[in-house]
Design a protein around this ligand. Structure first.
Ligand code: SAH
Length: 223
């Protein structure tokens, strides 16, 4: 019957989509941010596929991490200028009154400035808050977080929301952040899905290795 073959076809398509999403996801977490930029420049369709897969994953969670960032910003003055690194569909910018600079590799929304997050078109010390919400994907973490340091004002806030299982050692991670010119303000490790870390910029990033600044790739299982 045609109903059955349509259902079978839909299931096959779903499987294929899942497999391509997992493959793309793995590439994003195991390469540098420059590799990611190249990947999506060469194949913009891959980006849309990645985002469909991402949405499906996050919908399974009890809470979207970006909602935590929204709540945080609503408690603070709306005059604070924000940079959203890896903004996706710009949910953050659409949910707060602050001026938000949205950066991503491909524009899912007209608000997006297309760039690699390791090199954003902002002057030094231009923003009060820098956000990475499930966006610390590249292996060049030190360079990416160094860029956030550059654009943040002294005393400015860095918010990182990341998948809990990516942290090998949260304490080693926050220790490494001091090398990058950030002190820890708060750590919310209460969700088993994701952690939210708040830092304040204490000065410029210091050069040299920052051991401990490591995150495991977030690889999704086949379901
Ligand atoms: N912050 C959004 C989206 C998270 S998905 C949210 O919480 O809903 C991660 C986003 O980071 C994706 O949109 C991906 O395209 C983006 N990203 C990954 N590597 C990037 C890079 N090198 N430069 C800019 N954006 C990047």
């Amino acid at each position: 019957r045609s109903g059955r073959s349509a259902a079978l076809r839909a299931r096959m398509e779903e499987r294929l989509l899942g497999a391509r999403f997992r493959y793309l996801n793995q590439q994003l977490y195991t390469g540098s941010s420059q590799d990611a930029a190249q990947l999506f420049r060469d194949d913009p369709a891959a980006f849309h596929l990645y985002h469909r897969g991402f949405e499906r994953q996050v919908r399974r969670w009890p809470e979207r991490p970006v909602q935590r960032i929204v709540r945080y910003l609503r408690r603070r003055p709306a005059s604070l200028v924000v940079a959203d690194f890896g903004c996706g569909d710009c949910t953050l910018a659409a949910s707060v009154r602050n001026q938000v600079h949205c950066f991503d590799l491909v524009p899912l929304s007209p608000r997006v400035t297309v760039c690699d997050m390791a090199k954003v078109p902002l002057a030094a010390e231009a923003v009060d808050v820098a956000v990475f919400c499930l966006a610390l994907m590249g292996t060049n973490l030190q360079e990416i977080l160094g860029e956030a340091n550059r654009v943040l004002k002294l005393g400015g806030t860095l918010l990182v929301a990341e998948v809990a299982s990516r942290f090998e050692d949260v304490h080693a991670f926050v220790r490494a952040m001091t090398q990058l010119g950030f002190k820890t303000v708060s750590k919310d490790l209460s969700s088993s899905y994701f952690y939210v870390l708040e830092f304040a910029k204490t000065g410029p990033a210091r050069p040299g290795p920052a051991p401990g600044l490591r995150l495991r790739p977030c690889l999704y299982k086949r379901r």
